[in-house]
Write a protein that binds this ligand. Structure first.
Ligand code: PRT
Ligand code: ZN
Length: 626
């Protein structure tokens, strides 16, 4: 055969395949079952573990900005786990991998529109055009992925460290071999066998296949309803009772409507609940606020299992779920109730202008200033010099408000999402409104600070209207706030590692020992602790006696402060006197390492030098709190 004859032969074969595909027209005929079946939550597929795992194929991560993990309906997740279990019974080295699950409607629309515009010229008939595009990418209003019911799956062989042969790579649309029934793969080929195995395993869990992509299966979406209906109709020809069911369970959802089920871990099990009321906190996924936020939670005693690939995690010792998202989305998520509370910069909070949102607490980190700046050589001296001028910013609302309040009419602010500082140099703007912290960025871009618009730090925000109506959640949030409070006060302290002269410590202890053994004969000099003595020494000499009582009781275990006022006065002097002895110190005397926590509001540096401390290292307390 000539090569174009061969081509014609395959084309004919493939168009026969295409006859069987579910069409757009057919899908629009499917009706909704009822509203209540659509209420179920979504689950996150773990990216490791023993059950089914979710892994986006890297080139196909168009959900990256919103969701770093594959997510699906709760029921779909359970069914997938059962498929994986059945698969492992065939071969324990086989692993079911889901490379695509929920896709937001916006993305579905975007991809569909792109293809639609590409193919527009080729078709006169609009309904033919729609069908042709639909064959490549499902029309948004009937698509399965935005319901969370459709998945793309493949099997991985863990003993070989590779995917099983399916004839094409997953998501490879460049060849029609992606069609399940491609005539190019022999019936007995390994690829065909694997396709049949996958289809049969998925089918046993009530998923339906899509003939145009060997990897695509769904449960509960329109394709699913139609496929079942069509199958029943076929049976009908053989004389079986015809089913009139042509109804689907799951409708399309926007990301903001999605509520997540519990995290699943290995072994197909849910994590055990430690509470029946959980609150969800939205935090920045990957940015300036992420590390400090997580540290703050840890120091507050909350165990966060942070894994960059996850976007939702449950704390193991506090009823808190953490949702990792882009910081700009946090006000919206808290506003819409996707999260109960969130942590963002005040700049983002005020820019979002959501009325029912409120600041619960200022957190002290992520400090910066929203400022107006102009090129060094600009004639602008003050905001009013910018009348009628162009201003680039990521904060158009705050910018407009600032100039509005000053009564200066500027052009509509020009929104840019990054690299604001270069816009004057490329003549896109006459001035910028941007965040500044060290000011390096302004200097590097030959910009000059004109005026501060807003001081910002990170804040904990909540949706008043939701919180006020839920006492149980309010309780959990109050509990969280008091934990955060104690963390914020811990920031007052520093962890100090230093070397101290051994003979000085010894002298201090001897003196105390002599005083104590008069009233407590079994007192041991070993029970005097270096660390406590130094801590006591750092206290101000003029503070109230009662205030240091607790510290003294720690230093001298077994003795009660109430014992005798004059006795304690003596002990106190034993310790404070030491600093007058520093004459005795020499550079090369024997030293011992002592580690203490100091209150940074006290003049600790001077005092430590007074007792001959050397090699002082200062660290944040947080690092030492697990
Ligand atoms: O990806 P995602 O959307 O989550 O992150 P993002 O890029 O929107 O935000 P990110 O991580 O840059 O900042 C998060 C928050 O940190 C901001 O909303 C602020 O509240 C706070 N913050 C604190 C800052 C800065 N300091 C800061 N310096 N945000 C941005 N900057 C920029 C500044 O605009 C400048 O361009 O950092 C650059 C360097 O600043 P200088 O002045 O130190 O040179
Ligand atoms: Zn798919």
């Amino acid at each position: 055969m000539q090569s174009d004859e061969i081509q014609a032969f395959w084309n004919k074969k493939y168009s026969e395949c295409e006859q069987n595909f579910v069409t757009y027209q057919e899908l629009t005929a499917v009706e909704e079952l009822d509203k209540y079946t659509d209420n179920e939550r979504f689950s996150i597929l773990p990216s490791t573990g023993n059950g089914v795992i979710g892994k986006y194929i890297s080139k196909f991560r168009d959900m990256e900005n919103t969701i770093p993990n594959v997510i699906v309906r709760e029921t779909v997740y359970e069914k997938l786990c059962r498929v994986d279990k059945a698969l492992k019974q065939k071969n324990p080295n086989y692993q079911l991998v889901v490379t695509y699950g929920y896709r937001s409607l916006d993305i579905q629309k975007e991809i569909f529109d792109k293809r639609y515009n590409e193919l527009k010229r080729k078709y006169d008939d609009p309904s033919e055009l729609k069908e042709a595009v639909h064959r490549i990418i499902a029309a948004p209003e009937v698509a399965g992925h935005p319901t969370g019911g459709a998945v793309d799956v493949i099997i991985y062989d863990m003993s070989q460290n590779k995917y099983l042969d399916f004839g094409t790579a997953i998501h490879d649309f460049t060849t029609k071999k992606a069609y399940y029934d491609t005539p190019e793969l022999g019936e007995k080929s390994e690829a065909k066998r694997n396709r049949r195995m996958l289809r049969s395993l998925m089918g046993k869990q009530d998923f339906v296949p899509y003939d145009g992509e060997w990897w695509h299966f769904s449960y509960g979406d329109k394709e699913w309803a139609y496929y079942k209906y069509r199958k029943n109709k076929r049976k009908n020809k053989k004389g079986n009772k015809e089913s009139l069911e042509l109804k689907y369970k799951y409708s399309q959802k926007d990301f903001s409507e999605i509520f997540f089920a519990d995290m699943y871990t290995d072994k197909y099990k849910k994590v055990e609940l430690v509470s029946d009321v959980w609150i969800r906190l939205a935090v920045q996924k990957d940015g300036r606020l992420t590390e400090e936020t997580l540290t703050m939670l840890q120091v507050s005693g909350i165990e966060v299992n942070f894994d960059k690939r996850q976007f939702l995690t449950r704390c193991s010792n506090f009823p808190l779920e953490i949702l990792f998202v882009r910081d700009d989305d946090i006000p919206q998520f808290v506003y819409s109730g996707v999260a109960d509370i969130g942590i963002v910069g005040e700049n983002v909070y005020y820019e979002s202008e959501k009325e029912s949102l409120t600041i619960l607490k200022q957190l002290g980190f992520g400090r910066c200033t929203l400022a107006l700046a102009v090129p060094n050589d600009s004639i602008v001296k003050k905001p009013s010099d910018l009348e009628g001028k162009r201003i680039a910013t990521s904060y158009p609302i705050l910018t407009k408000k600032f100039f509005g309040d000053m009564g200066v009419k500027i052009q509509e602010p020009r929104p840019v999402s990054g690299s604001v500082e270069i816009t004057p140099a490329i003549d896109f703007a006459d001035a910028i409104v941007d965040l500044v912290s060290s000011g390096t960025s302004l200097r590097q871009n030959n910009l000059r600070f004109v005026q501060k618009i807003l001081d910002s730090q990170s804040v904990l925000i909540a949706n008043k209207s939701i919180i006020d109506n839920n006492d149980r959640k309010t309780k959990v949030i109050d509990n969280l706030l008091s934990k955060i409070d104690s963390c914020l006060s811990a920031r007052k302290y520093k962890y100090i590692i230093m070397n101290l002269p051994v003979h000085l410590l010894k002298e201090m202890k001897d003196k105390i020992y002599n005083e104590v053994k008069n009233i407590k004969h079994d007192f041991m000099i070993e029970s005097l602790d270096d660390k406590l003595l130094v801590q006591f020494f750092l206290l101000n000499t003029d503070i109230e006696y009662s205030q240091i009582a607790e510290t003294l009781e720690n230093i001298l275990p077994g003795l009660k402060f109430s014992l005798d006022g004059s006795f304690w006065e003596k002990i106190r002097n034993c310790i404070f006197e030491i600093k007058n002895r520093r004459i005795l110190l020499s550079e090369n005397c024997e030293k011992r390492q002592v580690q203490i926590i100091v209150d940074t509001t006290l003049p600790w540096e001077i005092k430590l030098k007074e007792i001959g401390a050397t090699d002082i290292i200062v660290l944040d307390v947080e690092r030492f709190v697990k």
